[in-house]
Design a protein. Sequence first.
Length: 161
Amino acid sequence: MSLHEHGFAVLPPDAQRWRASNIMKIPNADLLQDLGERDRLGGRLWRLPPFSASTWHRHLDSWELYFLLEGLGRMRVGDRTVSVPKYGCVLVAPPTLRQIFNDTPAASLWLVVAAPQERSHVSGADLSRFYPEDPRSLPPELADRVWPPGQVAPKGGERPR
């Protein structure tokens, strides 16, 4: 059903298209893309496997609401680590650095909603604006882990690059 024709769109669970993220290989579903609307709002489901992390990143224009649907939520926001209970949420303003991570043996599921949708990231802008530090850097809670899969284990306390 067309959003522009009817004023709404429905996306059943079996129509959500899941893929691994480019850098950290975290399974995610771009709900707004599947619904046919990405100009004003961003919205994704992120399923973090055990002992994994999303990218360490920021947005220049977008505010992001992180809502935990399943599991235990942990997040780096600037220089702080935040624990989020099931159904809890965190709002992060631009340009604060942020990263959701999972330091438990069970998966977690997040809904992340962004507004306005930051189109310059997709259009090939200078990525250092979004990743001022290594996007693969892990929080201290995962210092003894290697993520994403296939990375070389760190030597002598170094972080994988």
